[in-house]
Design a protein around this ligand. Structure first.
Ligand code: NAD
Length: 499
């Protein structure tokens, strides 16, 4: 017991914690951790002293999806109070941490998922800094005889986001930059195969966000994600929109959820080589994109259609650039290992991908094909027809089928069929603008790269910005902060125009 005469000394943080707990108990929102000054919090965010975490803090990693949603909503309200400067601070924190931890987190993800290439896992984290942040959001203003109008890009609240196993932490980090720059909080349901990597990064981000801004759980994840946790997330009241990055199953589930879903769905990007350009460069570009991270990129080159008249020279160029050709017998063996035939509902059979071979090294695939290649071999290729499973399925492994086509028209038609209307990505190597235009129009993809590797479409060697979520299925395109905003209009009638 304190004697009445003893002056009571409480530090500011302790006092805030007490007030926060009391208000929470009363079911009311606590005041912002740093009372935002009139300048929108710029100085508060920049100079805030490091906060000590509340006891039992989870730093965004939750067992229960519902708890994660509630905590993220609480954090969203705190972020709102602290203004745009706080969002910018979060973006800065994510970019700094992902760059500083690229090697450690890349290795962790590589060891957890056991797919892809270590050096590319690291590189994919090092380039997250290219994802746009708050600078992307420019209000749209109108001024005329009837006054002024402002359209602003405002947050939804809490976004529910689904991650692929192919790039768990890169997608998570890029999504956080976009989603928080727009003023939202986020809860992730990662792929179970990449969930520990996601939790590692989420914890680090939250610790730093809490130290800088006093906000806990702005970015949350479910520690052991399941279909049930996806369902809970999709159904929770505070989740206003979903951002899904994954294959056909999860896209379908999200579309059925009743929530608005931004879907970065599957792809099967075709390449056309018409022989009018440099075949050696085309071969090098296809290896660069198609072999990257063992062909795990959704934008990655998955099948090549080459004019028959230049096919031999092109195949030689692929070999000269380091790719290894499989014989027909080797291809048959690998195909039997990579796909099983399943009966579909109509009684026809279709190939089903063997997930155990996804993202494995070319040397591993070569062994499955009954041969051996040097461990460092980036890519295998083989001649096939246009109906081969490696052409039709999104193989996600470094073995690219090459199909001879008699004309550009037939090459484009085959490319379109192989893309299945996913509207994802396609590439052409050509100096003929008619061919480029014909293919661009026919394939109708979100990304169309001319004379470069697929990654040029995401600002890596081509103009543009980076995102790991390309909203192909639902049409928002390469996601950016504006993707995660609501447009709201504010109108001043007949006044405030200065002329
Ligand atoms: P996946 O579809 O197996 O899994 C993706 C996510 O969805 C995981 O978190 C998984 O747990 C979840 N999921 C799967 N089925 C579900 C269901 N029925 N209900 C709820 N959740 C479900 O895909 P993956 O192997 O992790 O990733 C590769 C796929 O993602 C490829 O098809 C690739 O093209 C696509 N992808 C697309 C983009 C893009 O930007 N468009 C980016 C990366 C990957």
């Amino acid at each position: 017991m304190f004697a009445m005469s003893t002056p009571l000394q409480l530090d500011e943080n302790a006092l805030r914690n007490v007030v926060t707990e009391v208000l929470r108990g009363l079911g009311r929102n606590p005041p912002p951790a740093s009372a935002a000054p009139a300048d929108g919090g710029a100085r508060a965010a920049a100079s805030a002293p490091a906060r000590r975490p509340a006891k039992g803090s989870r730093f965004g990693v939750f067992e229960d999806a519902n708890e994660a949603c509630v905590a993220a909503h609480d954090a969203f309200l705190q972020l709102k109070e602290q203004g745009v400067a706080a969002r910018a601070k979060v973006v800065e924190i994510v970019k700094e941490l992902v760059t500083a931890n690229a090697v450690a987190w890349g290795r962790f993800e590589f060891e957890e998922t056991k797919i892809g290439r270590l050096e590319h896992k690291v590189e994919k984290l090092q380039i997250v800094k290219l994802v746009p942040g708050v600078e992307w959001l420019h209000p749209y203003g109108l001024s005329g005889d009837h006054g002024i109008t402002m359209e602003e890009y405002t947050p939804y609240g809490v976004v529910g986001a689904i991650l692929p196993v192919t790039h768990s932490v890169p997608t998570l980090s890029g999504n956080i930059i976009n989603i928080v720059a727009a003023g939202n909080a986020v809860v992730f349901n990662p792929h179970p195969g990449g969930a520990r990597s996601a939790a590692l990064a989420i914890r680090a981000y939250n610790e730093a966000i809490h130290a800088a801004l006093g906000i806990e759980n702005l970015v949350c994840t479910v520690a052991k994600p399941t279909l049930e946790s996806f369902d809970a997330l999709a159904k929770h009241d505070v989740i206003r929109i979903l951002c899904v990055t994954g294959g056909p199953g999860v896209v379908q589930a999200a579309m059925k959820s009743g929530k608005r879903a931004i879907c970065a769905g599957p792809g099967n990007p075709p390449v056309l080589v018409d022989g009018t350009g440099c075949l050696q460069k085309a071969a090098r570009d296809i290896i660069q994109g198609g072999a990257y991270d063992n062909n795990l990129l959704c934008i990655g080159e998955k099948q090549v259609f080459v004019l028959a008249s230049v096919a031999d020279e092109f195949l030689a160029a692929l070999q000269a650039a380091g790719a290894v050709k499989l014989t027909a017998a080797q291809l048959e063996k690998l195909t039997a290992a990579a796909f099983t035939m399943a009966k579909d509902a109509g009684g026809c059979s279709h190939p089903v991908l063997n997930r155990a071979l996804i993202g494995r090294d070319a040397a591993v695939l070569a062994r499955e094909a009954g041969t051996s290649v040097p461990e460092k071999t980036p890519l295998l290729f083989a001649e096939t027809d246009a109906a081969h499973p490696f052409v039709i399925e999104e193989q996600m492994m470094p073995m690219i089928p090459v199909v001879r086509v008699p004309s550009v028209e037939e090459g484009i038609a085959a490319a379109v069929r192989s893309e299945h209307g996913y509207k994802h990505s396609a590439m052409i190597h050509s100096l003929n603008v008619d061919h480029m235009t014909q293919m661009a129009r026919a394939v109708d993809t979100t990304l169309f790269v001319k004379n470069g590797p697929c990654v040029a479409g995401l600002g890596l060697g081509g103009e543009g910005y980076l995102s790991y979520s390309i909203a192909t299925t639902t049409g928002e395109g390469i996601t950016n902060p504006k993707t995660f905003t609501r447009t709201r209009r504010c109108v001043m009638v007949d006044n405030l125009r200065i002329y």
